[in-house]
Design a protein around this ligand. Structure first.
Ligand SMILES: C[S@@+](CC[C@H](N)C(=O)[O-])C[C@H]1O[C@@H](n2cnc3c(N)ncnc32)[C@H](O)[C@@H]1O
Length: 227
């Protein structure tokens, strides 16, 4: 992403969509990370300009479950804290943030949303410095996409959530990435979700739900329960 992509402080909707598409290209997360470092200060404006409502819908989905407000929650790929802020507004206080981008988390830190801020990249074969079964809930918004997090992160997320705990994520509908990434082609992402259902690692607490996500793009919300 070039500097010119980050200069405007009042981006219009086309720039916002372009911005999101640039962050979702098929490459290693370490490459994408450089873009997050440069866009962190203006990230929220771009998401707003794209009319991205994923965080709002994720917070609503969690709240509708009626869980204890003291639940221990981890916001994975927390970024600048958009989802965490909405959860705080709804009375959840016990929230940790994990993100691979220090720059994004630094913005979140200025907002005093989370209890703990951990900079960590979640990739296949790398174990987070978090004990097993720590969290009641994991939430992720706009994290599963090419160049970011893939289905190979599922097992690590399941590991840190308690049996019976809930994992909710909102993402652009997986099939919309089929053209740009083999990891989302031919239903691979959804098949990887089902594979872990078959293996008894998690179950669908609610079936995947199609949602409006950001301007002109449908999204999907998954609500899984760890077994
Ligand atoms: C599009 S932003 C979404 C941020 C926030 N959840 C929101 O709704 O505004 C994706 C965030 O996930 C983080 N992320 C993506 N893939 C990651 C990975 N494999 N490990 C750690 N963090 C990752 C990025 O650094 C970025 O901050």
């Amino acid at each position: 992403m070039s500097d010119s992509d980050t200069k405007s402080t009042c981006p219009d909707i086309h720039i916002g969509k372009h911005f999101i598409n640039k962050l979702c290209q098929d490459k290693e997360y370490e490459e994408t990370l450089k873009s997050y470092t440069s866009v962190a200060p203006v990230y929220d404006e771009y998401m707003a300009s794209a009319e991205h409502i994923g965080a709002k819908l994720t917070a609503e989905t969690l709240d509708n479950l009626g869980l204890d407000k003291e639940s221990k929650i981890v916001d994975i790929g927390a970024g600048t804290g958009a989802l965490g802020m909405l959860l705080r507004e709804r009375g959840y206080k016990n929230i940790d943030a994990i993100d691979g981008s220090e720059a994004m988390l630094q913005v979140a830190e200025t907002r005093n949303i989370y209890q703990n801020y951990t900079v960590a990249i979640i990739v296949k074969g790398k174990k987070l410095a978090v004990e097993d079964n720590v969290y009641d809930v994991a939430v992720l918004c706009a994290v599963f996409c090419p160049g970011n997090m893939g289905s190979d992160a599922f097992s690590e997320i399941i590991r840190i959530v308690k049996p019976g705990g809930i994992i909710i994520w909102a993402m652009r509908a997986p099939h919309l990435f089929a053209d740009v990434s083999e990891h989302f082609r031919n239903g691979k992402f959804e098949a990887d979700v089902e594979e872990l259902v078959k293996k008894g690692k998690w179950r669908h607490f609610h079936m995947p739900k199609t949602i409006p996500y950001f301007h002109g793009n449908e999204g999907t919300i998954f609500t899984m329960q760890v077994i």
